[in-house]
Design a protein around this ligand. Structure first.
Ligand SMILES: [Zn+2]
Length: 192
């Protein structure tokens, strides 16, 4: 099971809704099963962004610094399936990720977040519990999914965009920049 705060959950969902019908995504960091950091990444796919979400090695480097700076463990990449079911595609499974987080947007205004644990060729669904920012449990996705049926105003999107810009600007490393990491960018770039 994963735990995520309402604020972070909303960032992921609003990004996915705002980018629709293109795929969106980013990185999740945390401790054990608790998601404590969300780093949205613009889709870098040069082709059809409604079919594929792509990351560059610069994005991976940015995520690495984000995780180090915030002392978070890497949990996984999230990405949206604007039209398809929120189940990992063969391409998603080819990245040898332990967890895959997928937003299903078949109903754009009531998106769903799924977490999948990958063990070899088998995929298991992990429960996701959304807690309020004050720590009280408010929503269990498996039993009562939250309704995000409001349309997103451009003002709201501006606020999110400014927040994301702030995170990225705040990522100026105060420590010596570490080497290009253990990420294998060659096998870790595109999700379908
Ligand atoms: Zn996918």
């Amino acid at each position: 099971m994963f735990i995520i705060t309402e604020r972070q959950y909303n960032i992921i969902m609003k990004q996915a809704q705002a980018c629709y019908p293109q795929e969106s995504g980013g990185f999740l960091g945390g401790k054990e099963n608790t998601i404590l950091g969300v780093l949205p990444i613009p889709n870098k796919n040069l082709g059809d962004r409604t079919e594929t979400f792509a990351l560059t090695s610069d994005d991976i480097d940015l995520a690495y610094r984000f995780l180090v700076k915030n002392r978070l463990e890497y949990l996984g990449v999230y990405h949206s399936h604007p039209r398809g079911i929120p189940f990992p595609s063969e391409q998603d499974l080819s990245h040898n990720q332990k967890y895959l987080f997928i937003i299903g947007l078949q109903d754009r205004y009531n998106p769903e977040l799924y977490a999948w644990r990958v063990e070899g060729s088998k995929v298991y669904q992990e429960n996701i519990k959304v807690i309020s920012d004050f720590g009280a449990t408010v929503i269990d996705i498996q039993t009562g999914k939250p309704k995000l049926s409001e349309n997103i105003s451009s003002r709201e999107m501006d606020i999110i965009a400014a927040m994301i810009d702030g995170w990225i600007a705040g990522k100026e490393p105060y420590y010596k920049k570490l080497g290009p990491t253990n990420w294998d960018a060659s096998t870790f770039s595109t999700f379908a």
